[in-house]
Write a protein that binds this ligand. Structure first.
Ligand code: ZN
Length: 261
């Protein structure tokens, strides 16, 4: 778990940095301070530790770096460690079952891509389409492994449930987007739902993910809206969709046993 935390923290740092680079169209080789352009040394780039040592400030100009970097590193580190611990088919991982290890690896890479989208949407209220295409391709590969495994072992694959998940998540948000002419949800949200539905592959899990995203969203956005009374605030929904998806993914066994009654 410690190893997974370190790997996640390093990739969290990478993902957060990529969000900035994509936004600024920055192709420079080394990371630098956004404010004074100080080029970061290797010892400024140690996930979590560098940020804590520097007290969240640039080594040169002492201006705050921001919480996004720190939270991305700690967040993805924890997600990687918890993904290993709470993996739904953990037996397959421990016994190095090839398909399960492949699914787990695809999931971790997907988590990195989702973090790029999370940071980007939280900061600039937009979801870059090319990053969502990568998320979609990874999710399609994840889903294909499940289909291939089920059919290869002579079991049936629940296509209906997969279609149901696609209708509930991307379908529902596409409708909201079309009906409201982009005033309730953004145009990126329904596209982001495609990879999430392809990983969940289950109608009930999709419904729970939708509820979870909206509940988390209300807890965060209601206080924000109250503070900004009068002003029309736009709140990015992508981060809530991703959090709702993660909660449901790791509680899938509990949710599925609940709806089976
Ligand atoms: Zn600086």
């Amino acid at each position: 778990m410690i190893l997974f935390f370190i790997l996640g923290a390093a990739l969290g740092s990478f993902a957060c940095c990529q969000a900035w680079r994509i936004h600024d169209k920055d192709k420079s080789k080394w990371s630098h301070c956004e404010k004074c352009k100080y080029q970061l040394k290797w010892y400024d780039n140690i996930p979590v530790i560098s940020w804590l040592m520097l007290g969240g400030k640039c080594r040169k100009c002492r201006k705050p770096i921001g919480w996004a970097e720190f939270l991305s590193e700690v967040g993805l580190g924890m997600l990687f460690a918890l993904s290993f611990w709470f993996w739904p088919a953990k037996g397959g991982l421990i016994w190095s079952d090839f398909a399960e290890v492949l699914k787990f690896s695809l999931f971790l890479v997907e988590a990195v891509i989702l973090l790029v989208l999370f940071v980007y949407d939280a900061k600039w209220k937009e979801l870059p389409v090319n990053i969502m295409v990568i998320a979609g391709a990874l999710a399609a590969a994840f889903c294909s492994v499940d289909i291939y495994m089920a059919l290869g072992m002579g079991q049936t694959y629940n296509w209906l449930s997969l279609v149901g998940a696609l209708l509930i998540l991307p379908g529902f948000y596409y409708l909201m987007y079309k009906i409201s002419k982009e005033s309730w949800v953004g145009g990126g949200d329904w596209i982001l739902c495609i990879p999430l539905a392809l990983i969940l592959q289950n109608f009930w899990l999709a419904i729970f993910a939708l509820f979870a995203a909206n509940i988390i969203g209300s807890f965060v956005s209601v206080p924000m809206l109250l503070k900004k009374k009068g002003a029309k605030a736009t709140i990015p929904f992508g981060p809530f969709l991703i959090l709702g998806f993660l909660v449901v993914f790791f509680l899938q066994a509990q949710i599925l046993s609940l709806v089976a009654i």
